[in-house]
Design a binder for this molecule. Sequence first.
Ligand code: ADP
Ligand code: MG
Length: 215
Amino acid sequence: MSFTMTSKDYVAYIKMAAKKIHDNGDYISELDATTGDGDHWANINMGFENLVAAGDEMEAMPICDVFKKIGMLMMSKIGGSSGVLYGGAYMAAAKAVAGKATIDSQDLCLVLETMVNDMMTRGKAQPGYKTMIDSLYPAAQTYKACLERGDSDKDTMAAVKKAAMDGAEETKKMEAVKGRASYQANKGVGHLDPGAVTMSYQLECLCDYVSENLL
Ligand code: ADP
Ligand code: MG
């Protein structure tokens, strides 16, 4: 069982995620003002605005080049740690699916796995460090497990979405090891990590998009 995701689909998903991020501006800014320097929403929102603006151009590319373009835009348009981490992760994903015009479910799983591995290496971070990795890592692990078990695509998308959202929620009780929250006396304990929340928004939109449009 699988599905085919085209560049057009990926751009449509990016537009969904851009709206979700845009609509939660005050909430995310408040989260980052509490444990960081308050700019996370402005950073990521600016990045997604640039991705949406490049939408028409990206729709016409093979999906491997879409990932490369997203990586370059995120690297150059998003300030702060997130720009470098998302930029590097998307460029690594482009290499993982090099030559592919479209991707299937196995490829999408590989993309998420490649992204989280790149983020962990680049950011010198592990799961449990109270970062965006705490949403993406369980999502990628769950996706892999579902594929190995041969779960239906509907069940897989629902499980990946839940893992991403639960993972972000888990950051509330974590002590930050990386990122600005680690500079705080209480290491951010009791507060959600903003980067994990915006990561979970993206994964939520991705799973919903696939489930509602490709299955
Ligand atoms: P900055 O911390 O430079 O102000 P942002 O505000 O854009 O950057 O992003 C903050 C988010 O980046 C954090 O909430 C966290 O999820 C993530 N983050 C920060 N440092 C790291 C790291 N070393 N590895 C993974 N994620 C990180
Ligand atoms: Mg910040």
